[in-house]
Design a binder for this molecule. Structure first.
Ligand code: SAM
Length: 376
């Protein structure tokens, strides 16, 4: 079983990080306040929706719809819901690393209120993702459109944040080399994935699909990161995080859900290191300027560079610029100038002679990058 951490122990625990890969039992605001500042990489929050159901709902055949009418989803007023939202969001912000990001999922019942509160608290919204359900529940009364989606707000703690994790290249490659869009199509959680009790009833009324969490985690975290879920429920976030080689910490106040989540997570086998390596592209590579090649001696001042067909040539200067025909500038600017173009990628345009053939200077940049990756 995944271990469970009583909130009282969390407050007194002397062991740093002892709460990682555990479920903390208790109220999320109190639990978050007991966690260290800037200690988690990503937060996924699936808070109460405050559905405000007015009585029971029946299908046309008079069978009862199993709606979310649990006590934890009920608030006395919008003001009470907003105050709760503000409290847990503020507590999340303190625990989140400055370069971390937060996801909050909700429906039309609550997501606008949550979004406004996030903006009031200076969270910076990166995207609102629409989860379009392939198999949504019908609108039984036929008085409105079928409600077929939920919204996820993805945000960083402030507008100034640079360097948060977004695995852009991996997402694009996974999407058949087309940029991943903000509307995602997934079925709701059912079939074998849906946790059921001995009585055949759902263990949790709002269990989220693992595929949705997998995309969230793959997009916004790295292997080894800590993903916190303050409304853990049946532990979907923990199960997917563990499978994807991330750490988790869940907070949940209902013992039955904790028991189900704990058993669920214990049965998950993490994927291997090779399967979990995240693809990166040019953007993620260390920025190396041309003068680094000169400073490192891979290119010498006075050396002649040419294009691949030796139609243009330029001399390298000690300050990392190149010169030809009375003009001087960066490898890019001079490359464009000699060709009469507006722009040029100097890394692939300019070549050096390695004694056997002409090679693009980009090859030398790769040597430097590879050296930077070596430890010791
Ligand atoms: C919408 S459900 C989350 C479901 C979860 N994402 C899953 O896939 O199973 C919200 C959960 O938050 C819990 N909860 C509500 N208020 C809480 C609070 N103040 N502190 C801790 N847990 C709370 C509820 O018991 C419920 O399990």
């Amino acid at each position: 079983m995944a271990s469970v951490f009583p909130l009282a122990d969390l407050r007194t625990s002397a062991t740093p990080g002892s709460w990682v890969d555990t479920i903390i039992k208790g109220d999320c605001v109190a639990a978050l306040e007991a966690l260290p500042t800037h200690s988690v990489d990503v937060i996924f929050a699936d808070p109460p929706y405050n559905l405000q159901l007015g009585g029971t709902l029946h299908r046309p055949d008079q069978s009862l719809v199993d709606a979310v009418d649990d006590e934890w989803d009920q608030f006395a007023s919008f003001e009470a819901y907003d105050a709760f939202t503000r409290a847990w969001l503020l507590a999340c912000r303190r625990v989140l690393k400055p370069t971390g990001t937060i996801w909050v999922i909700g429906s039309y019942h609550n997501i606008f209120r949550v979004g406004a509160t996030m903006q009031d608290l200076n969270f910076w919204i990166l995207n609102d993702i629409v989860w379009r359900k392939t198999n949504p529940m019908p609108n039984f009364k036929g008085r409105r459109f079928q409600n077929a989606h939920e919204t996820m707000i993805w945000a960083s703690p402030s507008a100034k944040v640079k360097g948060y994790t977004f695995n852009y290249d991996a997402m694009k490659a996974a999407n058949d080399d087309v940029q991943m869009r903000s509307d995602w199509l997934f079925p709701i959680c059912n079939g074998g994935e849906r946790l059921k009790g001995d009585d055949g009833k759902k263990v949790h009324p709002t269990q989220k699909p693992e595929a949705l969490l997998a995309r969230v985690i793959m997009a916004s975290s790295k292997p080894g990161d800590i993903i916190l879920d303050p409304f853990f429920g049946s532990g979907t976030t923990g199960a997917v995080a563990k499978r994807l080689g991330r750490h988790f910490v869940g907070i949940e106040r209902e013992q039955d859900y904790i028991d189900a989540a704990s058993a669920r997570i214990a049965s998950v086998e993490p994927l291997g290191k090779a399967e979990l390596t995240v693809m990166t592209g040019k953007k993620a590579e260390a920025r190396i300027a041309f003068n680094v090649l000169v400073e490192s001696g891979l290119i010498k001042p006075g050396q002649v560079l040419t294009d691949a067909r030796r139609r243009h040539s330029a001399i390298v200067r000690a300050d990392g610029t190149v010169a030809a025909g009375g003009e001087a500038g960066s490898i890019h600017r001079l490359g464009a100038k000699v060709q009469g173009l507006d722009a040029c990628n100097g890394w692939t345009f300019w070549h050096y002679d390695d004694g056997q053939s002409l090679r693009p200077i980009d090859d030398l940049r790769t040597i430097i990058r590879n050296d930077m990756g070596k430890v010791g």
